[in-house]
Design a protein around this ligand. Structure first.
Ligand code: SF4
Length: 427
């Protein structure tokens, strides 16, 4: 299977997408730097994704990188990488395009990558080919003297941006007014904050400060069990779907998990609903995983009898319920790698990872549940042109696009991350 980029370039050259490779927007055939001056998440983002005022913006990429051919960029990146040697580590998230992944020293999810960087203490520069919150986490875990670099500052995450520190702090104040701050007879706090890894450092810090914790899509249930040992309720942000799917698997009913809309008084709930709640779900979602539907699953089952449908838990609950399995990127990779017989997989996660899996495992039939090509718009902002730009600057001794978390925030965020590492499944 060809890479997503190659398919998009072919469409650009021929102007003729076939029925099997329709794009969610024709803007995908443009180069990412055409969008750097425009506030927004870029081609492929959802209409409902509103970028916050003050979100980091990428300046103009120098012309030599915008006009260089793919071969020239490849030569320059490899040369810079060779010169920098073990003073550099390049991290590539699973959702990055193949044209970036080929240079990555480590490929993984955000937390795996932040930890992987720490296995290379000689690395003065950690170049994170992912999105902003991932670079922040890497900076929190980095050692003194290491710089974390995000090749394109416009690579944010629309889901992470749906919960900001001011809205969460004001929700917290409202909840404390209703619940009070006194523990119950078992010593459990009225409410414990839990943030998904896909959130700003400020929110991880908030959790560290308020007896809360971070979770990933691999350990969300273990983390919720940890939180319920210490609290009567959980405020879960920013992804409502991961929170809902995980809580449902733990036997929590829909009535016990109201949605908290930060734009409405009491989050859009009555005081009684909040008193009865067990998990308050922040009104956030991933635009990529929201595209998956039960109709797509029905179609896959008709077209491919016996298909194994695996979706990411950031998908809406009906999609998770209709799938055969749901799990993190790591779960999906492991499930495919472990299949000993030729199998047909329909996967509900970002298209770059799915097409890479299809290429790596030709003995299986692997396809994305969504027939429309729509990569994560912000992951897609990282292009080899930006990578060459930041690497050649490092060769000259210049650090561009450094992501730094303020030390006070980093220390409380680290507490929440350490609690996650220490959390163990209920025995
Ligand atoms: S796939 Fe979704 S959650 Fe992940 S970076 Fe993109 S928008 Fe954010």
């Amino acid at each position: 299977m060809t890479s997503v980029d190659t398919t998009i370039q072919r469409i650009r050259l021929t102007g003729k997408p076939s029925s099997s490779d329709a794009l969610c927007t024709t803007d995908l055939v443009e180069s990412p730097w055409n969008f750097d001056a425009v506030p927004g998440y870029g081609p492929g983002s959802s209409m409902s994704d509103v970028i916050p005022t003050g979100a980091p913006r990428q300046g103009v990429l120098p012309e030599e990188y915008r006009t260089a051919s793919a071969d020239e960029l490849d030569r320059r990146i490899r040369h810079a990488k060779g010169v920098l040697g073990d003073r550099l580590v390049i991290l590539g998230h699973h959702y990055q395009r193949d044209e970036i992944i080929r240079y990555a020293d480590f490929v993984g999810d955000s937390f795996q990558l932040a930890n992987a960087a720490q296995t290379v203490p000689s690395a003065e520069a950690i170049v994170f080919c992912g999105v902003h919150f991932m670079a922040e986490t890497a900076d929190i875990l980095a050692q003194t003297g290491q710089s974390v670099i995000l090749p394109n500052l416009a690579a944010g995450c629309s889901m992470a941006d749906m919960a900001d520190i001011d809205s969460v702090a004001s929700a917290w104040a409202e909840l404390e007014r209703i619940y009070g701050t006194e523990p119950d007879a078992q010593g459990r706090q009225p409410i414990v904050p839990v943030t998904y890894m896909n959130s700003s450092a400020a929110l991880k810090g908030f959790c560290g400060q308020h007896g809360g914790i971070v979770c990933t899509s691999s350990n969300a249930q273990t983390v919720l069990e940890w939180a319920f040992e210490r609290g009567q309720r959980v405020l879960f942000f920013p992804d409502q779907h991961l929170g809902r799917n995980t809580a449902k698997a733990m036997g929590i009913t829909p009535e016990q998990m109201p949605l908290w809309n930060p734009h409405k008084p009491l989050g859009g709930n009555t005081e009684q609903q909040l008193v009865d709640a067990r998990v308050l779900l922040w009104h956030g979602f991933c635009s990529v995983h929201k595209r998956f539907t039960t109709d797509q699953i029905d179609r896959a089952r008709i077209d491919h009898p016996g298909v194994r449908v695996i979706v990411h838990p950031e998908c809406p609950m009906p999609v998770v319920d209709a799938a055969d399995e749901a799990g993190s990127t790591d779960y999906i990779l492991t499930a495919v790698a472990a299949a000993t017989e030729p199998t047909t997989f329909a996967i509900g996660t970002e298209i770059n990872m799915v097409s890479r899996l299809a290429a790596e495992y030709p003995q299986h039939t692997i396809f994305c549940l969504d027939p429309v090509i729509c990569p994560c718009s912000t992951m897609y902002r990282i292009h080899p042109g930006y990578l060459a730009w930041v690497l050649e600057a490092l060769v000259r001794g210049e650090v561009l696009n450094q992501i730094t978390v303020e030390p006070g925030v980093a220390s409380t965020a680290k507490i929440a991350l350490e609690r996650m590492l220490a959390a163990r499944p209920a025995g």
